[in-house]
Design a binder for this molecule. Structure first.
Ligand code: NAD
Length: 376
């Protein structure tokens, strides 16, 4: 099989496959075509790709010659005419935002694999791009908070006196939240963590955080490890406790999300006004509405001296390692889709392939995509 790697558009710095992954793909009999300068912003030159065994070509040629095409984000609308019936395309999709592109791809006869739909099962863990990128975001969020905060993270005992450690409050102990906890602890902060899933209590403790619990959270074992919407009574109790803990914190890293829904509002406007000037809120849930009432997606604002960061492109800022993780996840997915000779076989009986395939054979396949796009 020939795999085509596209250059990203806009401000995206990542690339789906780095030269080291070209070598790994060769080992499973997959040849790689790379669009000219695709790896530039992840510090991978065309020469490095060629040295790894890839062939560099124009975008048109890559799309024309490849059996399967991979990129981090879906290509721009105009590109759809370059694709041909029966090709496989694979990227993070955000099916609701990119529903028009997906419909064009379906009509064109493409098979589209949405990397953000990979089922969150044990078998699929090594292919889970959302976890990889959440790891990057959790790490970077702490570094950004530490650099904006006008205080030290660790305790300092110096000749000029003792400086108390900073206090960090983490909302949501999923992949990003636990990573943020680990990094904030390494930098010496005192960390409190809040989540509605009691299952994470032990993980939080083992990473050196203090777990804050509000009694009466609704949990659902059928939600596959995810959180579910909470009752009004719980939300009120939760907001009160969070307000109390946020006022005592220097940094809040908010990561709470509910799949397919708007992020829960956990930090109210009055909480922000009650926080000490100079405090920092990093809202990693900004793109789904934000955990802080005042967050503006994609913007950094200051309200009453509190920095509220609504950026969601941390993985793009760490383009080398984020691309590395992305590429390794893609290779692990490819390993269940190709035979010993490297020939592509999309077996729709496989739960990972079925769950990840948005469209195939001019039909919408994934149940989650059908639900998101209201397709009966
Ligand atoms: P996510 O990004 O959907 O949410 C982040 C966190 O926010 C979650 O821990 C959630 O419980 C929490 N949250 C939601 N509503 C909240 C509220 N009102 N108040 C406080 N916290 C709230 O989650 P994620 O990081 O993508 O993953 C969540 C879980 O999914 C993981 O911890 C794990 O159990 C499971 N998971 C499994 C796999 C796998 O097996 N392949 C991979 C990744 C995640």
């Amino acid at each position: 099989m020939i795999l085509g790697v596209l250059k990203e558009s806009g401000t995206e710095n990542r690339v789906a496959i780095l030269p080291a992954e070209v070598v790994a793909l060769k080992k499973i009999h997959i040849d790689v075509l790379v669009e000219t300068t695709a790896g530039e912003r992840a510090y991978a030159s065309d020469m490095a790709y060629e040295a790894a065994g890839a062939v560099i070509n124009s975008r048109e040629e890559v799309i024309h010659d490849a059996d399967m095409i991979v990129s981090v984000n879906p290509p721009v609308d105009d590109d759809i005419n370059l694709f041909r019936d029966g090709q496989v395309f694979c990227s993070v999709l955000n099916p609701v935002i990119n529903s028009n592109w997906l419909e064009m791809a379906r009509l064109k006869g493409l098979s589209v694999l949405a990397l953000d739909l990979i089922p969150r099962t044990t078998r699929a863990q090594s292919m889970d791009i959302l976890s990889s990128m959440a790891t990057v975001s959790g790490y970077k969020a702490v570094l950004e908070a530490a650099s904006l905060l006008p205080r030290f993270f660790p305790m300092f005992m110096s000749a000029a006196g003792t400086i108390k450690p900073s206090r960090v409050l983490i909302l949501g102990a999923g992949v990003a939240g636990l990573q943020a906890l680990a990094i904030a602890r390494k930098l010496g902060a005192v960390v409190e963590v809040f989540d509605v899933r009691s299952a994470v209590k032990e993980e939080v403790k083992s990473l050196g955080g203090k777990f804050i619990q509000v009694e009466g959270a609704k949990e659902d074992s059928a939600a596959g490890g995810y959180a579910v919407e909470q009752t009004e009574e719980f939300k009120r109790k939760q907001q009160e406790l969070i307000q109390q803990r946020a006022i005592a914190s220097d940094v809040v890293i908010a990561t709470a999300q509910i799949p397919g829904k708007k992020a829960p509002v956990l930090l109210l406007k009055e909480t922000v006004y009650a926080m000490a000037p100079g405090s920092v809120i990093i809202d990693l849930a900004a793109s789904t509405g934000g955990n802080c009432e005042l967050t503006e997606n994609g913007k950094n604002i200051i309200v009453n001296g509190v920095n509220i960061i609504g950026k969601s492109d941390y993985p793009s800022e760490m383009s080398t390692d984020a691309s590395k993780m992305f590429g390794c996840n893609v290779i692990n997915l490819l390993k269940i889709m190709v035979d010993k000779e490297g020939k592509l076989n999309l077996n729709m009986q496989d739960d990972i392939i079925n769950g990840t395939t948005a469209v195939h054979g001019k039909e919408y396949i994934s149940q989650r995509v059908r639900q998101m796009l209201n397709i009966k």
